[in-house]
Design a protein. Structure first.
Lengths: 119, 507
């Protein structure tokens, strides 16, 4: 029963595993570029989660077709929201990489423990 | 309002967001053409928004919230802007404080930043400004997320504007942790959307009231995601790691904005989600309340301890912010009328105090180049007006009567009596005393200690008051916010009326 539930909802499970992985990578990896990759994994998992929320079994794309008035449409709103999410994720990545380039010019390394200390 | 009709009034909150947004995109172009125009234009935009918010506040104080459906799409589908009295007081605070800081930045930016980044600094500021105002008045949680990101990323840019090693490092740290925080918030929004099917806070509240018994674990998960997300964003104690670096290495106008406004708007968003969307029943049934109180108490004590050991003035002020965020969260955690009202009042008071302190720190560094707390000997005579404002703000921070900080701390004490947790009063008093231990040495040194370095040059007149040698554009904002602190301490009634109008609806 539980296994069946998990198999039916596997996008959610994958999303949660990816989210945990991404968060862990951001917080534990020393390499700054790896940290940025972690953020991307984390945000991608959220996109997956939202799209899974909007999906339906047997749903069709939400374009009205008079031939099938009773068609089951997929909820388009979460997908549209994730377009915004992708833009946000893109800009964060770009900004973070720009800062990393600048730090590399200053320190000659992109490994965080060499300079990021708790003061 | 008599001047403006109801239809026009409804659109005004929208203009508060859109005017700075458009101005921010004009700024890089303007900076290419004439760099000198950036600061006056930004100040003019901020002033215009301030006037608009006062008109809105004037209307909302009568007890009628302004609701506006953006682009004509009605509430459950479209984005709704809702200005309740609490939001009204917050947008007035954000635009008023920003106006003071912008006037201060006229000279401070020339001194602290390279000339080439001036235009970009004002771009980032205006984006952050519109993001903060939008976040406070938005009634749609996904829209809130977008505005959180706008405010958050541009706040990172405000830190990075200085371009030194430390500020770049701090900005990256801030960016990474803030993105983790907003990831948590977005996941929480996803959970809410999954169980309610709504994004509008009013509709989420109605839906959650019906189905909250079906999803106890999911609601608990969602709440903890929001606590972590907003906790990182608002620098609640164990999640505050980005704050001291970011606030101390930023240029002083940025530090003032970050410390007094940016961390606070997230708290307002959290209060809206917690008390309106989830509602009081969930607040009392889950253990969210105890969690928030424990974190707040830790923040109040630990933030003050950390502040005590800092040598650099701006770092000390930054850790003090961690402690003050604790006060605000304590008010939220108490969840009683006085507690919540005092927490919200503390947001207002702290915005004035911290702006005053950071601007004073900036002015002192501008005139004398001193940045450490043990270099303040004789400062009270060297810069009497600045140090006077500093003293007012520090007294208010400690919670001495007649200053703003006293009212909110007194309110929190009343709130903890209402919530039947009298031990919390001890924590409030203890934290106040700790505040005293790290602010009073600075003040004592400034007024009662001899300045050896100045003594050689000036002979016998080192105890004589001199005039502050800082430009008027720095002096005036400092004096205004210091007067604001005193005003809030003596006449807190108007602000409390706004806050109580909302709190009485929430509780």
């Amino acid at each position: 029963m539980d296994l069946e539930l998990i198999l039916l909802n596997f996008p959610y499970v994958v999303a949660i595993i990816l989210f945990s992985m991404g968060t862990l990578i951001v917080l534990t990896q020393a390499n700054l570029v790896k940290k940025v990759i972690g953020i991307n994994i984390m945000e991608t998992s959220i996109f997956l989660f939202f799209i899974a929320v909007g999906n339906m079994h047997g749903g069709v794309p939400p374009i009205y077709d008079p031939a099938y008035p009773e068609a089951l449409y997929v909820n388009p709103l979460p997908s549209v929201m994730m377009l915004t999410g992708i833009v946000v994720s893109f800009s964060v990545t770009a900004f973070a990489l720009a800062l990393i380039v600048k730090l590399y010019i200053y320190y000659g390394t992109i490994s965080a423990p060499n300079f990021m200390k708790l003061k | 309002m008599d001047i403006i009709g109801m239809d026009a009034l409804k659109v005004l909150p929208f203009y508060c967001v859109i005017i700075p947004l458009i101005a921010s995109f004009c700024m890089p172009v303007l900076a290419r053409w004439k760099k000198e125009f950036c600061a006056p234009l930004t100040t003019a935009v901020t002033a215009a928004v301030f006037i608009i918010t006062i008109i809105i506040g004037n209307h909302v104080i009568k007890g009628r919230a302004i609701s506006y459906a953006v682009a004509g799409w009605r509430a459950p589908w479209g984005i709704e802007i809702l200005v309740d009295p609490l939001s009204a007081v917050m947008i007035m605070l954000i635009s008023g404080i920003s106006l003071c800081i912008m006037v201060f930045s006229f000279t401070a930016i020339k001194y602290e930043l390279e000339r080439i980044v001036t235009g970009w600094f004002y771009t980032a500021f205006l984006l952050c400004f519109s993001g903060m105002i939008g976040l406070v008045i938005s009634n749609d949680i996904f829209n809130m997320y977008v505005l959180i990101e706008i405010a958050g990323i541009s706040a990172c840019a405000l830190v990075a504007a200085k371009g030194t090693r430390l500020s770049t490092e701090a900005a990256l740290k801030y960016l990474l942790l803030a993105t983790v925080g907003s990831g948590f918030i977005l996941f929480g929004i996803g959970f809410i959307y999954m169980i309610t099917g709504h994004l509008n806070i009013t509709f989420i509240a109605m839906e959650l009231a019906l189905i909250k018994d079906q999803y106890p674990i999911l609601i608990w998960t969602t709440l903890s995601f929001f606590v972590v997300g907003f906790g990182v964003k608002a620098a609640l104690f164990p999640l505050h790691l980005w704050l001291p670096d970011a606030h101390s290495s930023a240029p002083s106008p940025s530090s003032a904005i970050l410390s007094s406004l940016v961390v606070k708007v997230y708290i307002i968003a959290f209060v809206k989600i917690l008390f309106i969307a989830f509602g009081l029943e969930i607040f009392h049934e889950t253990y969210i309340r105890q969690l928030i109180i424990v974190l707040a108490v830790l923040a109040m004590l630990a933030g003050s301890f950390f502040a005590f050991v800092q040598i650099e003035l701006k770092r000390r002020l930054a850790y003090s912010t961690v402690a003050q965020v604790g006060y605000v969260f304590l008010g939220i955690g108490l969840g009683t009328p006085w507690g919540l009202a005092a927490g919200m009042l503390h947001i207002v008071v702290h915005a004035f105090m911290k702006t005053c302190l950071f601007l004073c720190a900036g002015a002192i560094a501008y005139q004398t180049g001193r940045k450490k707390v043990n270099e303040f000997a004789g400062m009270g005579y060297l810069m009497p007006v600045t140090m006077g404002a500093f003293t007012v703000a520090a007294f208010s921070m400690v919670g001495i009567p007649l200053f703003g900080g006293f009212i909110s701390k007194y309110g929190l004490a009343l709130g903890s009596l209402e919530a039947e947790m009298p031990l919390l009063i001890l924590v409030i008093v203890l934290s106040g005393l700790l505040n005293a231990t790290y602010y009073f040495p600075i003040i004592g040194q400034a007024y009662f200690s001899q300045d050896e370095s100045a003594g050689d040059n000036h002979g016998g007149d080192k105890k004589k008051f001199k005039r502050d040698d800082i430009p008027l554009s720095m002096l005036v904002p400092i004096v205004i916010v210091a007067l604001g602190v005193i005003y809030l301490g003596i006449f807190p009634g108007t602000i409390l009326k706004f806050i109580n109008l909302t709190v009485s609806v929430l509780l």
